[in-house]
Design a protein around this ligand. Structure first.
Ligand code: MRU
Length: 363
């Protein structure tokens, strides 16, 4: 039977000029595949979390900017590039915290700049190839993160995760779920606890859904239950994804991650952040320098309820992400290995490895 993991989170339909996504706001009840054709449709889909999760946002933006660039009618590079930048900046403004968005768009921009002498038609073809490569790379990167992550746990372990850093947040495997899926294929039989993740319920609607439909032993808990399952000794490791890692190892991820990390410290449970190197932003010195997206009040007060569950007009604070301080993190699992304190040094090694392997092309 077809499961949610048989669908592509993000795909390119070049013939019809569309980015094709699963509308994640409808999951788990309805699997609706939608086509995004205009800049506004792509921007809205990212802002409204129809497509979400740092890697999936990056891939969507890459396909999006390619399709928008394809529509630019000119033979003059400067005119082309000016319009390209306008569209790029627009897409980049859809969500501020996940660095994969600007990272993917910058990669696409580099393709334009490096090929400025070529005919516009050729630049467009190169943009398509780059966008497809960003997607393929995500699959290879997540698998590599899965292998490194798997080396940190043993068969039968309890794993807690927060939000959705699963296949629905990427292209296959996910980041935090990659060790779980690879372990499942190898008979590890993990017991996974999925935080529901208030206010937008990515843990309940998406993580519990994709793990459950893949046959993983998953138990859904409310966010305020992670202390209980850890105190009971049911959790051997926490695996979460992230939206941006600062140069000192401070990490922005879905709101509530820092609470899980603080509780985990209390119960000596290691917290591993699964992060493609694309999510590590060395130009951001610390977590304090990361812009945290603020979202509208109705997401907290009424969005997932039949009627409002708070007095009308009450003040609401709704940051979408929080910062987990680096000293609460046992390791940052990348596709080039596991970084540990001091992060400034281990990131230097990770990026040196990346540079070395990129010269032979990562696979
Ligand atoms: O607001 P969201 O649903 O986009 O938040 C997603 C997360 O916080 C994920 O943990 C993060 O993007 C990593 S996805 C591999």
């Amino acid at each position: 039977m077809k499961t949610i993991r048989d669908y592509e989170t993000v795909a390119l339909d070049d013939e019809n000029g569309a980015v094709v996504i699963i509308d994640q706001t409808k999951l788990p009840g309805t699997t609706e595949i939608i086509s995004l054709k205009t800049g506004e449709e792509i921007w809205d889909a990212i802002y409204l979390l129809k497509v979400r999760g740092a890697p999936a946002i990056g891939v969507t933006a890459a396909f999006g900017i390619y399709l928008l660039a394809k529509k630019i009618q000119t033979d003059d590079f400067d005119t082309f590039y000016q319009e390209f930048q306008k569209q790029k900046d627009y897409l980049d403004s859809s969500r501020p915290t996940a660095v994969n968005l600007s990272w993917a768009l910058r990669r696409m921009e580099q393709v334009c700049l490096a090929n400025r002498e070529k005919p516009i038609a050729e630049i467009k073809a190169l943009l398509k190839a780059e966008a497809l490569e960003i997607k393929e790379e995500d699959i290879r990167v997540c698998k590599a993160i899965g292998e490194y992550g798997l080396s940190l746990v043993k068969p039968g372990d309890g794993i807690l995760t927060h939000c959705n850093a699963g296949q629905l947040a990427a292209c296959k495997y996910g980041t935090a779920t990659a060790p779980i899926y690879l372990g499942e294929e190898r008979g590890y039989h993990f017991r996974v606890f999925a935080d529901e993740t208030r206010p937008l319920l990515q843990g309940a609607r998406l993580t519990a859904y994709e793990l459950f439909s893949s046959g993983v032993d998953v138990t859904l808990i409310c966010d305020n239950m992670s202390g209980t399952v850890m105190r009971n000794g049911w959790v051997n490791a926490v695996f979460v994804g992230c939206d941006r890692v600062a140069a000192n190892g401070d990490t922005a991820n879905k709101i509530g991650t820092s609470v899980v990390a603080a509780v985990a410290k209390r119960y000596n449970v290691p917290v591993y952040i699964c992060a493609p190197t694309a999510t590590i932003d060395l130009s951001t010195p610390t977590g304090a320098d990361i812009t945290i997206e603020q979202r509208p009040a109705h997401e907290v007060t009424q969005m997932w309820y039949r009627e409002p569950m708070a007095p009308e007009g009450v003040k609401v604070f709704n940051p979408a992400f929080d910062i987990t301080d680096h000293d609460l993190i046992a390791g940052i699992v990348t596709e080039y290995g596991i970084a540990r304190e001091p992060y400034t040094e281990s990131f230097r090694e990770i990026f040196a490895r990346k540079k070395e392997r990129d010269s032979h092309k990562f696979n």
